[in-house]
Write a protein that binds this ligand. Structure first.
Ligand code: F6P
Length: 363
């Protein structure tokens, strides 16, 4: 009987359990294969923590957020942190992982994750593992696929948040800044910003100028719209660089991730406009809870496609969606890359056409 492994790497998101269920059920029903689930992403492979996934074990998890397997977004077999003589050092334990892969007699390893996971998966493939990748992230910043599962659910949550702050902003004549995840990419902020009718959308791909945002708010006020909604990507940066903001927000080496860029913008906007500002940082709320029907559907389709690739022995590829078609993209075309919002995106054009500002002078 053939045997495959599955792990979920990187930050969790809604839809992961739909994938785990889909892979396990499809492997058993369609292909008569066993599925081994590794705990906590690559950490399970490193620390030999795994178990057999059964049909009953994955029943009822389709609607659950998170991942029943767990995830650790720091574990990397090529740079595994250990303590030696009281000091933390990074060691390469990838050979040990390959030993386990071979000892278990795995015929393939399905790696579900974002750019970090795909990069490690590609390196494992170079060591001889037969890998199939599945694209997961709320950031939608993976190369090679139009969409990743998790994005639709996060977009729905961010959109609802923008909807909700409208009424309170309107009642109190305030500016409400809603900070949205996405790391260095603006997809989540751009799409939820348009869907949630934000007046200003700030994304990392378009550096903002506070004076420009203030002018939009003042103009709205002049025409009787005494409130404004600003959708702020956590990676948004001002014209001229990121350093000022990082220093002002926190001394942490990675302050943007702690949330906070919108606090800095809010302070500057209050000074510029004299209008009261409030900030709502959505944070991990965007990654929790039940997946949307679209993400359940996409996760299930990706799972079945992954099993098809395993059966066809088309390894070292990632299942991807192009248009409405499921395709296989070579892992090397995905690993180490990030897909940002192109400045000529039709979405940006559409937003501008309905009067949305990007906090910058655009030609
Ligand atoms: O990549 C998904 C993501 O949610 C990003 O949008 C965000 O910057 C990051 O993960 C947060 O990571 P963590 O859960 O480690 O704080």
């Amino acid at each position: 009987k053939k045997k495959i492994g599955i792990l979920t790497g990187g930050g969790d998101c809604p839809g992961l359990n739909a994938v785990i269920r889909g892979v396990t059920k499809c492997a058993i029903i369609e292909h008569g294969m066993d599925v081994i689930g590794f705990n906590d992403g690559f950490l399970g492979l490193i620390e030999k923590r795994f178990s057999l996934l059964t049909f009953e074990g994955v029943s009822g998890i389709l609607t659950q957020g998170g991942t029943i397997l767990g995830s650790d977004n720091k574990a990397n077999p090529f740079e595994y942190t250990v303590t030696e003589c009281g000091k933390q050092v990074k060691v390469d334990v990838s050979d040990k992982c390959m030993e386990l892969y071979n000892d278990l007699g795995l015929d393939a390893l399905i790696c579900v994750g974002g750019d970090g996971t795909m990069t490690i998966a590609q390196m494992m493939a170079e060591k001889g593992a037969k890998i199939v990748g599945l694209p997961k992230t709320i950031d939608k910043d993976l190369e090679g696929t139009d969409i990743t599962f998790g994005f639709d659910s996060a977009r729905a949550i961010a959109t609802e948040a923008l909807d909700r702050v409208h009424t309170t902003a309107q009642s109190h004549h305030r500016v409400l800044l809603v900070e949205i995840m996405g790391r260095n990419a603006g997809w989540l902020t751009l799409e939820s910003g348009i869907a949630g009718g934000a007046d200003v959308i700030l994304i990392p791909e378009i550096p903002y100028e506070v004076k420009e945002i203030a002018s939009v708010i003042r103009k709205r006020s002049h025409f009787g719209r005494r409130f404004s909604i600003v959708a702020v990507a956590e990676g948004a940066k001002p014209v001229g660089g990121t350093q000022t903001i990082k220093r002002m927000v926190s001394d942490s080496p990675d302050p943007v991730r702690l949330g906070g860029v919108s606090h800095v913008i809010a302070g500057e906007l209050e000074r510029e406009t004299g209008i009261e500002c409030r900030v709502a940082i959505l944070g991990h709320v965007q990654r929790g809870g039940s997946p949307t029907p679209s993400d359940r559907l996409l996760g299930t389709r990706f799972a079945v496609k992954a099993m098809e690739l395993v059966a066809m022995e088309q390894f070292n590829h990632m299942a991807a969606l192009k248009g409405n078609e499921l395709v296989a993209v070579p892992l090397e075309e995905v690993a180490g890359r990030q897909r940002l919002v192109p400045l000529d995106s039709p979405l940006i054009k559409a937003a501008i056409s309905v009067g949305t500002s990007f906090g910058a002078k655009l030609n």
